[in-house]
Design a protein around this ligand. Structure first.
Ligand code: GDG
Length: 458
């Protein structure tokens, strides 16, 4: 069997329980096959030389972790700059938040070139290479230019924007052309695939070879959707482990007179967190029976604090939560409990299980794993209701959730009210269908489907 080589911006020790969606899914994949995981070490060298970085390798069980340091200039232009101030906002349709600073692209190219240079000597002839996410779009093109012949697949964890939004990026054609150096491009949803094919049809004079194969820019690539899943068995085990059970029981006892609503996200503007607070406020306003009862727990873990848009979001959110609590709170009831800290992973399923409503309301999201985690953590005999944004990739699969438009404050408040009042039989029926779909397309399915398609591509 070929060795698997995974490349992503950040790594996690696959033996430790990791946090972010990407880290969880990749740790799963590598633990099973063994192999090499390559990426940035997380270290920024203040006075280093652009395009240079020390390589470190260490063993983590069956997996070799190889990481490279970045100098300050490369980090700021590749990571904060092009990746998180151009690609992240534009791919989430937020042209208003993009910073098209012309100096970023050089750093993005330089780091991708350096990664290719450092990785090449570590590769074996029969390796299968799996590159992850928007930080590394041009990596295969750089590797190919250095003579790399191995099979290379790419998976984009965030949405592929529609062609006219993509076209706002000054280097859009170069980015899309770079994707044609891969053998396989995996996207989260069918909507993403249709945006990709529309782009290449309009801008790249694509001639579609068959259902999955697209020819454009003088090359052919297989493009398919592989909706990412979670490890259902692991999350179920976590749900029944002592920490989660204790969290569940504490929450249940403390809120015995009340109904809990839960949101768990990175504090990111794509997650629609302020819109959620506005809808909750509307709920209290339109349906006063929820006052002194419905309580929104919002865990928004810190992320990319040093990008301006994130500091603004934090301020907006603090203002909104403070206003709801000030206007509606009672001496013994605080409507919103906003926590700007990371909660331990082993407690997350307990929180989910205690919540009558899971609020997953991104303005745009590649998939959204919290939606799946919330469903899996429920008690099948008395499950809570998932309220899910139609703009999350997960909405293509999770049709039995209550799908909402996060821009529509009133509509969302009505759906939350419907969730709070949903009869047990309907909750059970919806939960059963959601569970079946989440189980069928779990993280193991995702990994296998992608790697099988990569084997077959080319
Ligand atoms: C990207 C795409 C795509 C969150 N807060 C805490 C915490 N989390 C965990 C959740 C979940 C993960 O982080 C978040 O995953 P998401 O999928 O929701 O979102 P992104 O981080 O934006 O991930 C996304 C994903 O990649 C995978 O392809 O689904 O669309 O944007 O597992 O539980 N975990 C802990 N404490 C927290 O406070 N421990």
């Amino acid at each position: 069997m070929s060795r698997l080589v995974v490349i992503s911006n950040r790594l996690a020790d696959p033996r430790k329980p990791a946090a972010g969606g990407l880290a969880v899914a990749l740790g799963e994949a590598l633990n099973q096959t063994g192999g090499l995981w390559f990426g940035w070490s997380g270290t920024v060298v203040e006075d280093g030389t652009p395009g240079e970085g020390e390589l470190h390798t260490r063993q983590a069980g069956a997996v070799t972790l190889a990481t490279v340091d970045l100098c300050r200039e490369d980090h700021d232009s590749y990571y904060h700059g092009y990746s998180n101030s151009v690609l992240w906002p534009v791919f989430h349709y937020r042209l208003d938040l993009a910073d098209f600073n012309a100096s970023y692209i050089a750093g993005y190219r330089r780091v991708n070139q350096m990664f290719a240079r450092k990785l090449l000597p570590l590769l074996r002839d029969d390796d299968v290479i799996w590159v992850h996410d928007y930080h590394l779009i041009p990596l295969a093109a750089e590797l190919r230019a250095m003579g790399c012949k191995q099979r290379i697949g790419f998976f984009l964890h965030i949405p592929m924007p529609p062609p006219l939004i993509m076209a706002a990026i000054p280097q859009h054609e170069w980015l899309m052309r770079s994707l044609f150096a891969y053998d396989l491009v995996g996207l989260q949803s069918e909507a993403d695939v249709s945006h990709f094919t529309r782009y290449v049809r309009n801008e790249g004079s694509a001639e579609e070879v068959d259902e999955k194969r697209v020819r454009a820019f003088g090359a052919t690539v297989v493009v398919q959707s592989f909706p990412i899943g979670i490890d259902v068995d692991e999350f179920t085990r976590l749900t029944h482990a002592p920490d989660a059970v204790e969290t569940y029981e504490n929450m249940r006892d403390e809120y015995s007179r009340r109904r809990l609503l839960l949101g768990i996200d990175r504090l990111d503007y794509s997650k629609g967190i302020p819109q959620r607070v506005r809808a909750f406020r509307e709920l209290l306003d339109r349906y006063p029976e929820n006052r002194d009862s419905a309580t929104l727990i919002m865990i928004a873990s810190p992320t990319r604090d040093d990008v301006n848009a994130y500091a603004d979001l934090r301020q907006e959110l603090e203002g909104l939560c403070g206003a709801v609590n000030g206007d509606y709170g009672e001496l013994d009831w605080m409507p919103v409990r906003y926590i700007h800290r990371m909660v331990a992973r082993k407690r997350v399923p307990g929180l989910c299980r205690a919540a009558a409503v899971g609020l997953v309301t991104p303005l745009r999201d590649g998939m959204n794993l919290v939606a799946k985690e919330y469903v899996v953590a429920q008690d099948p005999d008395d499950p809570g209701v998932l309220v899910l944004s139609r703009f999350a990739g997960a909405a293509e699969q999770l049709k039995e959730a209550l799908l909402v438009n996060p821009y529509d404050t009133q509509g969302m408040a009505d759906s939350i009210q419907q969730a709070l009042q949903m009869p047990l039989v309907e909750r059970q029926a919806r939960h059963q269908k959601l569970m079946a779909r989440i189980r069928e397309h779990d993280v193991h399915w995702w990994r296998k489907a992608f790697l099988d398609a990569l084997q077959a591509a080319g």
